[in-house]
Design a binder for this molecule. Structure first.
Ligand SMILES: Nc1ncnc2c1ncn2[C@@H]1O[C@H](COP(=O)(O)OP(=O)(O)O)[C@@H](O)[C@H]1O
Ligand SMILES: C[C@@](O)(CCOP(=O)(O)O)CC(=O)O
Ligand SMILES: [Mg+2]
Length: 334
């Protein structure tokens, strides 16, 4: 038996980082996906084929007619730890410890770019392996297991990414609980800096600053939570789109300033944010953990001008759509 599952990337519209401290956040699944095939092997081992992940620490030596590869096994194993933990967790859940499972991954999601590649790979792996082992899990339950995987690998995780990747759509999330917001097409442009940031390291960096000066950082996190509540009010209001977008844009700009204040922006991210605003975006901010990765801009009237401005500033624009669907079982072959 072989099973193919897929799970989407996401953008966090408001509230990254503060969501780790129990504040609310708003996120949407987007139409980039990670695909995972799962099947049994008879070696009793976990085998992972990750086709589009770069392994750090690879050395290649060329001599007359031979090529030698050496890799840093520790780092390679670490890079694959979301997938490994996902498989181990499902095997345990299904009472199938020691069962040989091979997974093969292909992904459309840039890694370490703030678009939730870690959650998508964990959720798609849990989806494929649980189906293979005959476990009946709802997408919501799979989101919760995905949260466990992120906690095990990163040490800290709010759970918003695996939740939205598993259930899809547009959500408001707070302390493990989510609520779907009314579906709306968002006229946004995502701008990718081309560099990556590690969520584990960025979350730990914010934690260190918080512990050093809680009296300074706590009010910033509270303000981020207030931005989310205001944004939810605006999104669910019956104001005209023009007023709604203008208010959301202002809230995005404030949220970006606060993310910059806690140290998760980079020169390149802020350059893309300002380039988008100068080109007419009504709001622009980092999305995800930062430290590289992506920003997004709200541009109801001039998406293509904003995309061009992002390119001129050295970024890669992506025009994405919200994905209503979360985790999907694509194929089951006997
Ligand atoms: N296609 C993939 N195959 C295997 N592991 C992946 C894949 N995509 C992402 N990952 C894992 O997720 C990590 C990146 O997660 P993270 O730092 O949270 O950034 P983000 O979730 O924003 O992309 C990678 O270092 C790797 O461990
Ligand atoms: C920074 C954070 O709020 C979002 C991280 O998202 P990503 O891994 O950068 O896609 C962490 C979390 O919510 O667990
Ligand atoms: Mg992640």
């Amino acid at each position: 038996m072989r099973v193919l599952a897929s799970a989407p990337a996401k953008i966090i519209l408001f509230g990254e980082h503060s969501v780790v401290y129990g504040k609310p956040a708003i996120a949407a699944a987007i139409d980039l996906r990670t695909y995972v095939w799962a099947e049994f092997n008879d070696r009793g081992a976990i085998k992972i084929e990750a086709k589009d992940i770069r392994v750090p620490g690879l050395t290649v030596s060329f001599s007359e007619d031979e090529i030698y590869f050496e890799s840093d096994y520790g780092k390679a194993a670490e890079v694959l730890s979301y997938v490994r933990q996902a498989i181990e967790l499902v095997r345990e859940e299904a009472d199938a410890n020691g069962k040989g499972i091979t997974v093969s991954i292909t992904s459309q999601i840039p890694v370490g770019a703030g678009l939730g590649s870690s959650a998508a790979v964990a959720v798609a792996t849990i989806g494929a392996v649980s189906k293979l082992l005959g476990l009946e899990l709802s997408n919501e339950e799979i989101g919760k297991l995905g949260h466990k995987v992120e906690l095990l690998v990163q040490g800290a995780s709010s759970g918003i990414d695996p939740t939205v990747s598993a259930i899809g759509g547009f959500i408001h999330y707070e302390k493990g609980n989510f609520e779907h917001l009314p579906f709306m097409e968002l006229p946004i442009v995502v701008g990718y800096t081309g560099s990556s940031g590690s969520t584990k390291e960025l979350v730990a960096m914010v934690r260190r600053t918080y512990e050093e000066m809680p009296e300074v950082i706590e009010p910033v996190l509270i303000a981020m939570g207030k931005i989310v509540e205001k944004a939810r009010e605006v999104i669910t209001s019956d104001l005209d789109d023009e007023i709604r977008f203008a208010q959301l844009g202002r809230l995005m700009n404030i949220n970006h300033g606060l993310l910059d204040a806690i140290g998760v922006s980079t020169k390149k991210l802020s350059e893309l944010v300002y380039a988008a605003r100068v080109a007419g975006a009504i709001g622009a901010k980092i999305t995800g953990a930062g430290g590289g990765g992506c920003m997004y801009a709200l541009a109801p009237e001039n998406q293509s001008e904003v995309a061009t401005a992002i390119t001129i500033a050295g970024g890669t624009p992506m025009i994405t759509r919200i994905s209503r669907e979360g985790l999907r079982i694509e194929e089951v072959l006997s």
